[in-house]
Write a protein that binds this ligand. Structure first.
Ligand code: NAD
Ligand code: UDP
Length: 332
């Protein structure tokens, strides 16, 4: 298939392009590089041995309807994967309009183009954040609870927009993939997560402390009702997540399909730090500080629906995630 990958130069998108190409698909990346670099496209080609024939790149903003339509007019596209979102929770609180505009317009422009050009397959990057403070493990059949920030709200709203579009257009099929916590990097060390400025997320913070770029990890709270008091998350290797998209595309059937992409395993902050230190034989200094506003105690998936219906499960464990994240950070 020829897949339009919106946001394909980014962290999850670039790994998904590799997985798609390795599965025999071609990709057209549409990315405005607001949180990534064009080098990612070269790295995708380098890893897969593919050329411009299978990997096309358009530096465009996917909220720009005219530019998006030009791409759809110039290529025969079989499906769209939409990663092109802004994702920093704190920034979304400070600049809500920027988040609502970018994340909702991109969803509307891309889905409208699909309807116009008769493209039936659409995969959307959603997030476990849409579950709100539900009981763990989170399962797709749960009622969603209120989100706690504009970023999360853009995911919940995009899910509702796409669900309504599917209801009104019986030949349009959408898969909503709810990601848990993607970490790690491609084995080659060529692509990975390289956030701008000080990282918000745990793993890139840990790798930068290990490298000496940052002094000390701040662990946000050790008084949660969890195994050791620190927050518990479902960390998933980004390559497993990427492969989940290939499985989702292959099985994309009529209507709206929702899948958790997680491992089903909860890991605390302290457990992750310890695993990182042991896997890489390197120390990570840390201190315990106040809880971070908006954090929940535990978040992990019931991942059995994806296993049963997509035949997909996460294969890589915490040690591999820690090793691959460190390899990328050292190379970067
Ligand atoms: P990322 O920032 O690395 O990738 C997003 C890519 O989209 C970037 O390359 C960026 O330049 C591009 N982009 C953003 N807005 C665009 C626009 N209007 N037009 C064209 N390109 C645009 O982020 P990521 O971690 O790879 O996340 C991908 C998607 O998955 C996002 O929608 C994100 O919200 C979602 N998600 C991420 C996580 C996570 O922890 N990384 C968790 C759940 C969901
Ligand atoms: N965390 C932390 N210090 C950091 C970043 C994160 O202690 O510098 C904790 C956070 O409180 C949560 C877990 O690590 O319990 C995962 O946070 P992250 O921001 O990576 O993902 P989230 O699940 O919040 O989206």
């Amino acid at each position: 298939m020829n897949i339009l990958v919106a946001g394909g130069a980014g962290y999850i998108g670039s790994h998904t392009c590799v997985a798609l190409l390795e599965a025999g698909h071609s990709v057209i990346v549409a990315d405005n590089l607001c949180n990534s670099k064009a080098e990612a496209i070269d790295k995708i080609k380098q890893i897969t041995g593919k050329t411009d024939k299978e990997v096309l790149f358009y530096e465009i903003d996917v909220t720009d309807k005219q530019k998006v339509y030009e791409v759809f007019l110039n290529h025969s596209i079989d499906g769209v994967i939409h990663f092109a979102g802004l994702k920093a929770v704190g920034e979304s609180v400070e600049k809500p309009l920027m988040y609502y505009y970018n994340n909702l317009m991109s969803t509307m422009v891309l889905s409208e183009a699909c309807l116009k050009f008769n493209i039936a397959k659409f995969v959307f990057s959603s997030s476990a954040t849409v579950y709100g403070e539900n009981e763990v493990p989170f399962v797709e059949t749960m009622n969603l609870l209120p989100t706690t920030n504009p970023y999360g709200e853009t995911k919940a709203m995009s899910e509702r927009i796409l669900t309504d579009i599917v209801k009104a257009n019986s030949n349009f099929a959408v898969t909503l993939l709810r990601y848990f916590n993607p970490v790690g990097a491609h084995k080659s060390g060529l692509i990975g997560e390289s956030p701008n400025g000080i990282p918000n997320n745990l793993m890139p913070y840990v790798t930068q402390v290990a490298k000496g770029k940052l002094k000390k990890l701040k662990i946000f709270g050790n008084d949660y009702a969890t195994v050791d008091g620190t927050g518990v998350r479902d960390y998933i290797h980004v390559c497993d997540l990427a492969e989940g998209h290939v499985s989702a595309l292959n099985k994309l059937s009529e209507g709206i399909n929702i899948y958790n992409l997680g491992t089903g395993q909860g890991t605390s902050v302290l457990q992750l730090v310890k695993a990182f230190e042991e896997a890489n034989n390197i120390e990570v200094s840390y201190e315990i500080v106040e809880r971070r506003a908006g954090d929940i105690a535990e978040c992990y998936a019931n991942a059995s629906k994806a296993e049963q219906e997509l035949g997909w499960t996460a294969k890589r464990g915490i040690v591999e995630m820690c090793k691959d994240a460190w390899k990328f950070e050292k190379n970067y």
